[in-house]
Every structure is written in structure tokens, then in C-alpha cells.
Design a binder for this molecule. Structure first.
Ligand code: HEC
Ligand code: HEC
Ligand code: HEC
Ligand code: HEC
Ligand code: HEC
Length: 640
């Protein structure tokens, strides 16, 4: 009964609005009026907006159908925040045109030709949902790449009518198993939307759906669990977790704080925004979520932006510039904190610790298995000559020190032959490294830095496990007894072979979307898609993106001893108490470290000598003294 009334009501409204608004002539006049008052870059983009696909299939509409009303909004300061212009240059808007994705689909099908239909179908599910779900809704068993490339709606990527038609019932589903509504409802964040113009123009009804702000909406695609096969293409009978951003997020401090995927990737502004160009008297809504979807893929954004025609992209380079700068600021300002502490220096070794704190709502890096974050550790002497260099790239942007199979996680780095790489490494059923997604059977390594609050006892842990040597590292996501720091502490003992002067220590943290090595296996195959991707890859700017850089200067030990200010620590070895005596130099701080760099004591003082009680400790410790004039000196002490 209720439904019937609603339908009748809706029909009346539709008729009413057709008369009231006199589409389309009304809307055209209104659009051009509005445009004349806007900024030029907005005008320019509006003038090519026809590129966005229009038209409908059974379930979906091309994003071009939403353009008329949802692209002209401005924030309180008058800055354009058009939803279409923000979205069109994102990774999700271009997911079906992504040349890396297309090449990878081709690679997978060349490795296992018998699975071609099923593979293409599953890859398209998340990357071109408008094609996949419509075809399946019509009873088609497999939807293919051939069909997709001539289907303008499928090429629209993860577009407006995907997210806004995902049903509440989808929440909790993974691997792109979306339940797309069939009632032509477009769910949004506001209650009681004024529906007639949209119904009239598009046939879709805007409606309030709380779940649009639920992280599970994103989790439905950002969790990918695959069925693995062996080298003969036979099912191994087990599943493999390829991506688990949602479970990583569940296992963090963020759900309890109400910080969802949307909070960081669809940033809300409190401004009151008129969300549709028409009707003219529409009230503003607040808060408004900006469709930024900035992630980490600067690399592919640049490829899109410089190959717009070749890849058939509907966004212009000005749009990519905006998305790129958003990704850049997310990566450089909101992804990590980096801190360095000098632990001590002897004639042959400079020791320091570095701590990387993950600030993202999931692992860092996260998502697709080719992503990695690595560290460059550089020591330079007074002449600016490099005396230690870990994390060096060769001319092809591969890491020189990376082991043949894969580089293990490091707790300590004491040689240039070691490099710290935070990554997930896939292994096949034989235990060999593989980049074939379908063969992925086990995680040989996963030391991607967990988000704050991540715990091995959490119910989502088995979907987002740590793997490899990071499990044995007492400073990986743990400090003392506390699990869930969301950070990794690395100790570096860099050989400095009697370097007499001061040494500059530079630590850089880089993000690499996909290393050349990761693509080796794919480039052994040939197809149009792989060849195109190889050509684009070869000409692309491959320098990894710098997330953070920190430096400090280590002063030589000799400075102190030569100026007659010896640091005395006695008795050494000791049974407990030690006296730190600097014969005339005022101290600022004394820090005692254990052998693994863990901080035992931290004493702030303004004296020239100090007695410290180490009763209860046993073994080798480092006593670091920071002087009032910022010089640092470290000595070893043995507690019996
Ligand atoms: C459950 C949804 C889902 C399915 C199914 C899926 N993907 Fe993806 N894919 C994603 C998401 C989400 C990302 C982005 C993650 C990120 O940026 O780190 C992605 C990213 C990628 C990328 C990286 C693109 C780039 O520009 O860096 C490639 C390559 C890729 N997928 C290949 C495939 C292939 C091949 C298949 C089929 C075997 C497939 N995907 C199936 C969700 C999916
Ligand atoms: C990846 C999923 C996704 C896609 C794609 C998407 N949206 Fe949204 N949209 C959201 C989410 C999430 C919100 C709620 C934002 C909030 O308030 O936190 C939203 C909110 C909105 C709103 C309310 C105003 C606002 O921005 O808060 C409108 C209107 C809207 N979307 C239209 C569109 C149109 C038009 C497109 C196509 C260009 C689109 N959306 C594409 C997820 C999506
Ligand atoms: C003719 C103008 C028009 C077109 C075209 C149009 N809409 Fe709307 N849309 C509106 C109006 C009006 C509202 C309600 C605004 C309000 O009440 O503040 C709305 C509201 C929305 C909302 C918010 C719903 C809520 O309750 O939070 C979403 C999401 C949305 N539209 C998505 C779309 C999508 C996707 C398309 C393209 C398929 C589209 N719209 C096409 C006029 C339009
Ligand atoms: C606290 C803020 C925050 C939350 C919450 C958050 N993210 Fe992120 N996300 C980031 C930051 C910062 C980056 C860039 C650094 C990185 O790659 O991890 C990022 C990167 C990404 C990437 C690219 C990953 C890569 O490394 O290539 C994807 C995809 C993504 N987020 C999706 C999600 C999804 C889905 C959720 C919800 C389940 C989510 N994010 C929750 C902050 C957040
Ligand atoms: C229909 C499946 C689907 C849904 C739903 C979805 N995503 Fe995505 N998302 C993808 C795919 C596929 C990609 C990768 C496209 C590519 O790289 O070619 C992606 C990419 C991204 C990226 C860019 C990652 C990078 O490396 O730059 C971000 C950020 C992101 N999604 C956030 C979200 C958020 C937030 C939501 C929920 C509001 C969401 N996604 C919902 C499938 C989806």
C-alpha cells in the first residue's frame, strides 16, 4: 500500500516538475547564465564536458547525466567544488582505462589462457562496474574486455551511479560483490532531498542512505580475496588476501574515533553548499564531502595526464593537476612522521635510530601488491663525499641492494647491502616469489607499517597479517609491552671507517607505485595491452615520490676529547650505579639505551656530573650525553 502511494505521488511530482521546469530549455538557459559568472578554468572544463559519457543501461547512467546539476557548486569562499570536475581525474574515474590494469588483465590471461573468460570478468567487476553489473543483471555469465572497450558506460569507471546505488545490504561483502539497487534510488548523505528535478531529468530518485558514509561501502571493493591456482592453473583450494585496506582500517584506532575512509578521502567541509544547480531556490546543505579520492598513485596520474588522447580520457590536464596536488599533499603531509635520534658514534660506527609513524587509516603502503615504501640512508662527510648509502637506485629505478628473490625486513641495518623496503611480497604454492595475481598463494613478506591501534589479537587480523621477519622485530608496531604503535623503529649502525669530521645523516622515505622489477614477468609476454603499457612505462617519469626527508649532523667524538673535556663514566663495568662526569661541561640530557636501541632512562639535567642507578639491568648499554651546546657523546657501559 505504502509503495503504491509513493509511486502515485512520484508520478504526480514528475508531471508537475516537467511543467514547472520546462526541461530542457530552462536548464540550458540557467547553465549558461551561471557559467558566465565562473572562473575561466571552470569554463574551459565545462566546455569539454560533453566528453563524459551520457546515456543509460538498465542499471546505470553515464556520469555525463549528472553534469547538468552537480558540477557548479562553490564553497563558502566561492571556490569551485564541482563534483564532476573533482571526480573525473581520480583513479576511480579512470579505472577502466588504466593501462597498467589492462596490461595486467592481459598478463593474467596469457599465463592461464583457460581462465580468460573468468579472469576478465572478475577483473572488470571492480574496475568497470557499469559494464559488469549490467551484463550480469541481464543474465550474462561473463563480461569481457572486448565488450568493455566499446561500452562507453563501462569505460566510465567507478562512476556516480556505482557508489550511489550500492545498497545497505552490500556492507560486509568483499571482492566487489556489490548488490546494486534496482529501484533507481540514488542514496546520498542528506535527509529529505528535493527529488523532482532529478527524477524528471534522469529517472533516478535521490534518497537518504546513511550507509553512503559507511566505510564498508568502500570496503566492498577495497578488500580483494582471490582463489589461488598452482603453476598448472589448478585450484589450490585456498584463498589469498590480495588487498585488505578495509580490514586494516577495522583493526586500527580509527573506527572508534568515527574516522572512516570517507573522512580522509572524501574530505568534508562545514560550508553550506547548494548541491544542485536547480531549482534556483534550493537551500544549501552541510556538511559537503569533496569527491577528491586522493590516494597515492602520482605515477599513474602523470601517465594519464600526458596521454589523454591515447588513453581516451575525459578529464583534462587541469583536472589532473588538481588531483595530483591533492595526492601530493596527502602523501607528503598526512602519510607519515619521521624522527631520527643519534645513538652514538665510535671511530668506526655511527649509530642512530629512525622511527616511522604511519598516519594513514590502514597499512602503509596499502592496496595493490606492487606498492612499496623504501628508505634511503645517506651519510656524507664534511667534503660532501658519500660515506654510506643504503637504498640506492640504479639507472632503471630498481633498488641496487635488493636481494635476488626479495629483501627481508630489517630490524637493524649495518651495511649498504641492506635496504629497508615496506611491502607485501606474494609467493606461489611452491614458495617462489610471484607477481601473477592468480598464482598468489601466501604472503612471503608483509612488513607494510600497520595503522595505529593494529593488534594481532583483533578479529580482523587474519585478513591483514604481518608476514616474515617483521613478526620477530620487537620494535615493529610494538613499544615495550604496548602493541599498536603504528610505527617501526629501525636501528642503523653505519660503518664510517675513521671519518674524522662531522657527518651529515640524511634519511629519505620514498613511495614507489610499481618497480621495474615487479613488471619483469609481465614484459616477457606480448599483447596489444602489454606492449602499450610497456611503451608508456618506458617513457614515464619513474623517480619514486619523496614522502619525507630528515637530517642531522653528527659531531665527531674527538672534538670533545681534543678540547680536554673527556666524558668519564665509572665504574665500568658496574654493579649498578654509574657516575657520568664531564669535567666542566654543562649537560642537558642523558639518555641510556639498551643493545637494541630501546630507551631505558631519560634524565634531564643542568649539572656537570650525575649519578645514575642501573641496578636491576644486565648487559651492554649506551649512555648518550647531550651537552648544553648540543654536542652529543655516547659511551658504552657494562652492567654486571
Ligand atoms: C575487489 C575489487 C577488485 C577486483 C575484483 C580487481 N581489482 Fe584491481 N584494484 C582494485 C583496487 C581497489 C585497486 C587500487 C588499489 C591501490 O591503488 O593500491 C586496484 C588496482 C589495480 C592495479 C594497479 C593499477 C595502477 O594504476 O597502479 C592493477 C594492475 C590491477 N588492479 C589489476 C587487476 C586485475 C588483473 C584484476 C583481475 C585479476 C583485478 N585488478 C581485479 C580492486 C579490484
Ligand atoms: C567512490 C564512491 C563515490 C563516487 C564514485 C561518487 N560519489 Fe558522490 N558521494 C560519495 C560519498 C561517500 C558521499 C558522502 C560524502 C560525505 O558527506 O561524507 C557522496 C556525496 C555526494 C553528494 C552529496 C554532496 C556531497 O558531496 O557531500 C552528491 C550530490 C554526490 N555525491 C554526487 C555524485 C556524483 C554526481 C558523482 C559522479 C561524478 C559521484 N557522486 C560519485 C561517494 C561517491
Ligand atoms: C536536473 C538536475 C539533477 C540532475 C541531472 C541530477 N541530480 Fe542529483 N540532485 C538534484 C537535486 C535537486 C537534488 C536534491 C538537492 C537537495 O535536496 O538539497 C539532488 C540530490 C542528489 C544526491 C543527494 C541525495 C541525498 O539525499 O543526499 C545525490 C547523491 C545525487 N543527487 C546524485 C546524482 C547523480 C548520480 C546524478 C546522475 C545520474 C544526478 N544526481 C543527476 C538534481 C539533479
Ligand atoms: C586517517 C586517514 C585515512 C583513513 C581513515 C583512510 N585512509 Fe586511505 N590513505 C590515507 C593516506 C594518508 C594515504 C596515502 C599514504 C598511503 O598510501 O598509505 C592513503 C592511501 C590510500 C590508498 C592508496 C594506497 C596505496 O598505498 O597505494 C587507497 C586505495 C586508500 N587509501 C583507500 C582507503 C580506504 C578504502 C579506506 C577505508 C577502509 C581508507 N583509505 C581509510 C589516509 C586514510
Ligand atoms: C566499485 C568498486 C569500488 C568502490 C565501491 C570504491 N572503490 Fe576506490 N578504487 C576502486 C578501484 C578499482 C581503484 C583503482 C583504480 C586504478 O588504479 O585503476 C580504486 C582507487 C581508489 C583510490 C586511489 C588509490 C591510489 O592509489 O591513488 C582511492 C583513494 C579510493 N579508491 C578510495 C575509495 C573510497 C574512499 C571509497 C568509498 C567511498 C571507494 N574507494 C569505493 C574500486 C572501488
Amino acid at each position: 500500500m505504502k509503495i503504491l502511494i509513493r509511486q502515485v505521488y512520484r508520478r504526480i511530482l514528475i508531471t508537475l516538475t516537467s511543467v514547472l521546469f520546462l526541461f530542457p530549455s530552462y536548464s540550458q538557459t540557467f547553465t549558461s547564465d551561471k557559467l558566465s559568472g565562473q572562473q575561466t578554468n571552470c569554463l574551459r572544463s565545462q566546455s569539454i564536458n560533453t566528453d563524459l559519457p551520457t546515456g543509460y543501461n538498465i542499471l546505470f547512467a553515464g556520469s555525463g547525466e549528472c553534469l547538468l546539476c552537480h558540477n557548479s557548486m562553490t564553497d563558502a569562499g566561492g571556490k569551485p567544488i564541482g563534483i564532476l570536475n573533482d571526480w573525473r581525474s581520480t583513479m576511480m574515474a579512470n579505472s577502466a582505462k588504466d593501462p597498467f590494469w589492462r596490461a595486467k588483465v592481459s598478463h593474467e590471461t596469457l599465463v592461464n589462457p583457460a581462465h580468460k573468460e573468468a579472469l576478465e570478468d572478475v577483473c572488470i567487476r571492480c574496475h568497470a562496474p557499469l559494464g559488469y553489473f549490467d551484463a550480469h543483471h541481464l543474465g550474462q555469465e561473463y563480461y569481457s574486455i572486448d565488450e568493455m572497450v566499446s561500452d562507453s558506460l563501462a569505460l566510465d569507471g567507478i562512476s556516480c551511479t556505482t557508489c550511489h546505488q550500492i545498497t545497505y545490504e552490500t556492507l560486509g561483502s568483499y571482492s566487489g560483490n556489490l548488490l546494486i539497487g534496482i529501484s533507481k534510488q540514488i542514496w546520498g548523505p542528506y535527509t529529505e532531498p528535493f527529488a523532482p528535478p532529478m527524477i524528471n531529468q534522469t529517472g533516478y530518485t535521490p534518497a537518504y542512505g546513511e550507509h553512503i558514509r559507511n566505510a564498508g561501502l568502500c570496503g566492498s571493493c577495497h578488500t580483494l580475496i582471490t582463489n589461488s591456482v598452482d603453476e598448472n592453473g589448478e585450484p589450490t583450494g585456498t584463498v589469498f588476501v590480495e588487498q585488505a585496506i578495509y580490514h586494516e582500517w577495522l583493526n586500527s584506532v580509527y573506527p572508534d574515533m568515527g574516522i572512516t575512509c570517507q573522512a580522509c578521502h572524501v574530505p568534508e567541509i562545514p560550508d553550506t553548499v547548494k548541491i544542485s544547480l536547480m531549482p534556483p531556490w534550493l537551500d544549501g546543505r552541510s556538511p559537503f564531502g569533496k569527491h577528491h579520492f586522493a590516494g597515492a598513485n602520482v605515477f599513474m596520474q602523470k601517465i594519464f595526464s600526458s596521454n589523454i588522447e591515447e588513453l581516451g580520457i575525459t578529464a583534462e590536464s587541469i583536472h589532473f593537476d588538481s588531483t595530483l596536488s591533492r595526492i601530493n599533499s596527502l602523501l607528503t603531509e598526512a602519510s607519515i612522521d619521521l624522527a631520527l635520534t643519534e645513538m652514538g658514534r665510535t671511530d668506526d660506527t655511527l649509530s642512530f635510530q629512525l622511527s616511522i609513524q604511519n598516519l594513514a587509516g590502514h597499512k602503509l603502503p596499502a592496496g595493490f601488491p606492487s606498492r612499496r615504501v623504501f628508505l634511503e640512508l645517506l651519510l656524507k662527510n664534511e667534503e660532501n663525499d658519500t660515506i654510506f648509502h643504503s637504498g640506492k637506485l640504479d639507472g632503471n629505478f630498481n633498488l641496487i641492494a635488493e636481494d635476488e628473490d626479495f629483501e627481508p625486513h630489517h630490524e637493524v641495518i649495518n651495511s649498504e647491502a641492506q635496504v629497508q623496503i615496506y611491502e607485501m611480497v606474494m609467493g606461489d604454492i611452491e614458495g617462489n616469489v610471484t607477481t601473477v595475481l592468480e598464482r598468489a598463494y601466501q604472503h612471503l613478506k608483509d612488513n607494510r607499517i600497520p595503522p595505529e591501534g593494529f593488534a594481532m589479537t583483533h578479529s580482523s587480523y587474519d585478513t591483514a597479517e604481518i608476514a616474515g621477519l617483521a613478526l620477530e622485530d620487537p620494535n615493529f608496531n610494538i613499544e615495550g609491552e604496548t602493541e599498536g604503535t603504528g610505527s617501526d623503529i629501525l636501528f642503523v649502525h653505519a660503518p664510517i671507517s675513521d671519518e674524522p669530521g662531522s657527518i651529515e645523516v640524511i634519511v629519505r622515505v620514498f613511495y614507489q607505485t610499481v618497480s621495474p622489477r615487479w613488471l619483469n614477468d609481465m614484459f616477457e609476454y606480448n599483447s596489444d595491452e602489454i606492449d602499450l603499457w610497456e611503451a608508456l612505462y618506458n617513457e614515464a617519469e619513474k623517480l619514486p615520490l619523496l614522502l619525507k626527508e630528515e637530517t642531522f649532523i653528527s659531531l665527531p667524538t674527538e672534538t670533545l676529547e681534543n678540547t680536554g673535556e673527556p666524558l668519564k663514566i665509572y665504574p665500568n663495568p658496574t654493579l649498578g650505579k654509574i657516575r657520568v662526569d664531564n669535567a666542566g661541561s654543562q649537560m642537558k640530557e642523558i639518555v641510556i639505551y639498551g643493545i637494541n636501541g630501546e630507551k631505558i632512562k631519560n634524565i634531564v639535567t643542568d649539572k656537570e656530573h650525575k649519578t645514575i642507578d642501573l641496578t636491576g639491568y644486565k648487559g651492554l648499554y649506551f649512555v648518550k650525553v647531550v651537552f648544553a651546546d648540543d654536542r652529543i657523546l655516547t659511551k658504552r657501559v657494562i652492567v654486571l
